[in-house]
Design a protein around this ligand. Structure first.
Ligand code: PLP
Length: 417
């Protein structure tokens, strides 16, 4: 109560704007993930690694727009490229050069992608991947995992959420290959695809084990189903994403978030014979349209991000920095005797209200949400922005000094709240 009361006292402008927002936006926002009780901070400026809110507070941004902000705020090469693109006109209604360049760059980075198409979001990318997988195989069922997230309308808890786009879903348990073997034993010839996050991201940064993910590859091979990796979050794990680290080649991959330098983006791609369904010259009968699929700002920003900013070395650096932070967070929680832990891979991690270990969603069932919420308000009060649910996603702007200072703040959790 006192953490929340201090928060309210320090954010009068945010309170006023939230009242205004609630009149015209259900829940006071247009992204459910941004809901906070009593109300969220309202940010009106960002630069480098910092955010400023309407109430005059500055935060180190440790959330990076839920992983889309890997490059930090307004990196100069990306800003210049987007600006140049806009100055040449932005509603062309025609194909242009940068969409080809960006497609070439992505296909080069991900060997399992022979071809790629762009969307406006990761959600759409997954919807299109499933559309082509069912069409290509002539099968109807799709294996997905409890606690999985593939977009606002592709959300799975113990069951699909009430607004999940209907498919003939077969729900299995993440990191439990037996549950998938059983599904194939029962429905084998009807399963079009297995859609899986190599690390369950929104579900709490729970990594898939190498044996589980390689096992999915074998099961799909044995039964003629397509393996679809949702790498919307995990593509930052290396230049070639989680699949490169794992050595597992999916048939289809979906992408999003940071790959257009932080602008609107999604993509799906994979095997040439599957993607040929979109090629009229190859007899393909599927359409995939979208007024903004090749919007000039995202395409230009993506090219600049991948050619001028995100070198393989930089990706490795942010990955290693994240690994160090996660280890030190767990040390700090243990030293303070707090029933908390952090899970994740590289620069993506989630703080949980349980001492762990956390290997599956079931391990989170009894976590203390209040502790996690207090941790969130503690971070905000000390100038660090993370997700209310505990997600931390480092950008390339975050330094080792920032990490040290953040760990001091973590160390004081519980002593001053
Ligand atoms: N898939 C995964 C694994 C995600 O984490 C997300 C977003 O968080 C999505 C898909 C949806 O992407 P978008 O928010 O761009 O629709």
């Amino acid at each position: 109560t006192s953490a929340r009361a201090s928060f309210v006292a320090a954010h009068p402008e945010a309170a006023t704007w939230s009242d205004r927002a609630r009149r015209v936006q259900p829940g006071g926002n247009t992204r459910s993930v941004l809901h906070v009780d009593p109300f969220p901070i309202r940010v009106d400026r960002a630069e480098g690694k910092h955010l400023w809110d309407l109430d005059g507070h500055r935060y180190v941004d440790l959330l990076g727009n839920y992983t889309a902000g890997l490059l930090g705020h307004s990196p100069e090469p990306v800003l210049a490229a987007a600006r140049a693109a806009l100055e040449s006109g932005w509603s062309l209604g025609a194909v242009h050069e940068n969409e080809v360049r960006l497609a070439e760059l992505i296909v080069e980075r991900f060997p399992s992608l022979d071809q790629v198409r762009f969307t406006n979001s990761g959600t759409e990318a997954n919807m299109m991947a499933l559309a082509v997988a069912t069409h290509h195989t002539g099968r109807r069922k799709v294996v997905v995992f409890r606690n999985g997230y593939h977009g606002g309308v592709l959300t799975f808890g113990a069951e699909p959420s009430p607004v999940t786009v209907p498919h003939d879903w077969v729900l299995c348990d993440f990191n439990d290959l037996d549950s998938v073997s059983a599904a194939f034993a029962e429905h084998g010839v009807e399963i079009a695809a297995v859609l899986v996050e190599p690390m369950q991201g929104s579900g709490g940064c729970i990594p898939g084990t190498p044996a589980f993910l390689a096992g999915l590859r074998s099961l799909c091979d044995d039964h003629g189903a397509l393996l679809v990796f949702d790498e919307v979050m995990t593509s930052r794990f290396s230049t070639g994403g989680a699949q490169q680290l794992l050595g597992v080649q999916p048939d289809m991959t979906t992408l999003g978030k940071y790959l257009a330098g932080g602008l609107t983006f999604g993509a799906f791609g994979g095997r040439a014979d599957v993607m040929a369904n979109f090629d009229p010259a190859a007899g393909g009968t599927l359409a995939h349209a979208g007024t903004f699929n090749n919007n000039v700002a995202s395409m230009a920003a993506g090219v600049a991000a991948l050619t001028e900013v995100l070198s393989p070395e930089l990706l490795d650096e942010v990955h290693a920095r994240g690994e160090r932070l996660r280890v030190r967070l767990n040390e700090a929680f243990a030293a303070a005797g707090l029933p908390m832990c952090a899970t994740g891979v590289g620069s993506l991690m989630n703080v949980h209200g349980t001492a762990g270990p956390v290997g599956t969603a079931a391990d989170l069932a009894d976590q203390d949400d209040r502790l996690r919420e207090l941790f969130y308000f503690h971070c905000l009060a000390n100038g660090y922005y993370i997700a209310r649910r505990g997600l931390i996603a480092l950008s390339i702007e975050i330094t080792d000094d920032d990490i040290d200072q953040f760990l001091d703040v973590v160390g004081s959790f519980g002593t001053d709240d």
